[in-house]
Every structure is written in structure tokens, then in C-alpha cells.
Write a protein that binds this ligand. Structure first.
Ligand code: P6P
Length: 323
């Protein structure tokens, strides 16, 4: 059995990334170990169920949304390289009293509607450069995703894994029994082609025509325009669906739909779409709003801005909206 290097060893050997970014990554990774233990304890620790409050997303908060948000917030406030943070669970940004270094946006527990039924959930984070010489403001968080210094997620599933992109490429670590992140995937790459799509089919009647046309083409299978049969998956936890795509290919769609026409999509740009898009692109995939326009080029205008998301295997993403 070969000896696997741990996260500390990987970060020490990673020459291209800024030392301060590595400190932030190590801080988030340690917080995710704590979160994995709280998530795994479930009903035993009384941490399941609703918290009885509604968050800035107008969603009912779970107890674990609050617990995990506090774990990450406290950890980041103690990291010398962090000047500010923004969370799905916090209406406004929070500053640490430090200047320079980095800003961190995060979704502390993505897919928390799954938590009470023991389905995989995750933590998503994005690391952005902070302004030098002054306290960051909300406007400093509104950076295009292509400028992220690093991004990653933890997925709390049959294995607890941490997927990271620092300077180039995507790597994945698996948490061992001692609480160490061990490098198990040295070069994550998304196959360019796939026959597996992920979308919430219950919204089919509300989609715009290009998405309906694309999914209809998949559903017609071998006899249809695509000339092959497709499989479908929908975990309703972005982290789990995107992780599957990173491991074996696929396409993930959460498009605009007419249920709330003023909302461009359900997923949030700064702490869901941007970090996941950086990871997907660095793994050789595509990450777009509609099959064509790159998410990483979007100039954010609001902290909790939502976007439509179509990402995954490059050749399949290009099929969406391609007429
Ligand atoms: P729906 C989880 O609440 C989330 O934000 C993503 O993780 C997931 O992909 C999506 O919403 C699921 O949405 O409408 O299928 O429940």
C-alpha cells in the first residue's frame, strides 16, 4: 500500500500558490473536519431539524446551517490571512479587522434540505484577493470568478472528501479515521463526453425552450437526434451532483425557469456557481449560464446574486442552447 501524502504535505510542495492562500485553505479544511463530525453525529447530537428562522435567501434554516456557519466563521476570523467573509447564511459581509490577504465566500452546508434524510451534503468555498491597505467592503467581494485565488468543496458522503484547485489543476483528498486529509486523486479530469444529465425534471414545464429542447433530445435516446441513450441523476445537493461529474463526467443544469421569472436561477454566484465553475473549468469541463456564456466572466452586482447554471463535460455543455 503506497503512503499517501496529507494536505499539509501537498500544500508544502505546491510552489505556485501564495503561502497566505495555503493558510486559508488549511483553515477551511480543518473547519470541514469539524463540520464532518457534526454532520455525521446527526440525531445523536440533536443537530437535525429546522432552526425556526428564515435566512437571507428566504429559506428555512436548518440547525446545522447555523452550526456549520459558525464553525467556518469562527475559523476564518482566526486566520491571519483573512480580511473578510461572506456566507449564504449571513445577510451581510463580516470583516476581521485585518487588511490585505484574502476574502472568503462560502456555503457552509450546501444541500441542507437533504441533511434530515441522510443524503450527501457539502461545504463550498471561494478565496478571493482582498484590497490592500483598507478594510474590505461588500463591493470588494463582487469580483468575476475568474479572479479567484483558489476554490474548493468538501462533500460529506460515504467518504468525506475535499476537492481543491489552487494554481492549476484539481486534486481531491479523502478524510481518514484520524482526521487527516489524504491525497487520493492527484489529477481530477472531467471526460469531454457523457451520457448522464442531472436536472430537477419536476420543473420541466417551466423551462425555457432551449433547455426543454436539449433535455427532450436526451430523453429520445438512441432513436432521437443524439443517437444514444442517456441516464439521469439528481441528488438535489449541488456538491454531490458536481462531485459525481468530476469523478465520471456528466452535465448539471439548474436553469432559469418561469416559476419566479424575475429570478435568473436558484444557485448563488459568489459561493456556489463561481467556486464550482473554477473547479470544473480547471478539470477540463465547461461552466456556463446557458451552455454558452462562461460563469467565471460574470461581473457580480449583488452579494447573494443568483445565476442559471449549466456545467460539466465540455462537449455536452456545448450542446445546450446550440440550436
Ligand atoms: P431543488 C440545495 O438546496 C441547492 O441549493 C443545490 O445544492 C441543489 O443543486 C439545488 O438547490 C436543488 O434544488 O429545487 O431540486 O431542490
Amino acid at each position: 500500500m503506497t503512503t499517501l501524502i496529507d494536505l499539509a504535505g501537498y500544500l508544502a510542495a505546491e510552489q505556485a500558490a501564495d503561502e497566505a492562500v495555503k493558510d486559508v485553505v488549511a483553515t477551511v479544511a480543518a473547519a470541514c473536519v469539524q463540520i464532518s463530525r457534526v454532520v455525521a453525529s446527526g440525531a445523536i447530537s440533536g443537530s437535525l431539524g429546522a432552526a425556526g428562522v428564515v435566512n437571507v435567501q428566504d429559506e428555512e434554516q436548518k440547525k446545522l446551517d447555523i452550526i456549520t456557519n459558525d464553525i467556518l466563521r469562527d475559523a476564518l476570523k482566526g486566520c491571519a490571512a483573512v480580511a473578510g467573509l461572506a456566507s449564504e447564511e449571513l445577510e451581510e459581509i463580516e470583516t476581521t479587522g485585518r487588511q490585505g490577504g484574502f476574502l472568503v465566500t462560502f456555503d457552509p452546508l450546501d444541500g441542507s434540505s437533504n441533511i434530515d434524510v441522510n443524503v450527501s451534503v457539502g461545504t463550498i468555498f471561494s478565496i478571493l484577493p482582498a484590497p490592500a491597505g483598507r478594510t474590505p467592503t461588500e463591493a470588494d467581494f463582487l469580483q468575476p470568478g475568474r479572479g479567484q485565488a483558489a476554490a474548493g468543496y468538501a462533500v460529506y458522503g460515504p467518504q468525506t472528501m475535499l476537492v481543491l484547485t489552487l494554481s492549476t489543476g484539481v486534486v481531491a483528498f479523502t478524510l481518514d479515521a484520524s482526521g487527516a486529509w489524504l491525497l487520493t486523486h492527484g489529477q481530477v479530469a472531467i471526460p469531454a463526453d457523457t451520457a448522464e444529465f442531472a436536472i430537477n425534471m419536476s420543473n420541466q414545464r417551466h423551462w425555457a425552450e432551449p433547455v426543454r429542447r436539449y433535455i427532450d433530445g436526451c430523453l429520445q435516446g438512441k432513436a432521437g437526434p443524439r443517437g444514444k441513450n442517456f441516464n439521469m441523476r439528481w441528488v438535489a445537493s449541488m456538491v454531490a451532483d458536481v462531485h459525481r461529474i468530476l469523478m465520471r463526467g456528466g452535465i448539471f443544469l439548474y436553469p432559469w425557469d418561469s416559476r419566479e421569472p424575475d429570478k435568473p436561477g436558484k444557485l448563488r454566484l459568489l459561493y456556489e456557481a463561481n467556486p464550482m465553475s473554477l473547479i470544473v473549468e480547471r478539470a477540463g469541463g465547461k461552466a456556463t449560464t446557458d451552455g454558452q456564456a462562461a460563469i467565471l466572466d460574470i461581473q457580480a452586482t449583488k452579494l447573494h446574486q443568483r445565476v442559471p447554471v449549466v456545467l460539466g463535460s465540455a462537449n455536452e455543455v456545448a450542446q445546450v442552447g446550440a440550436g
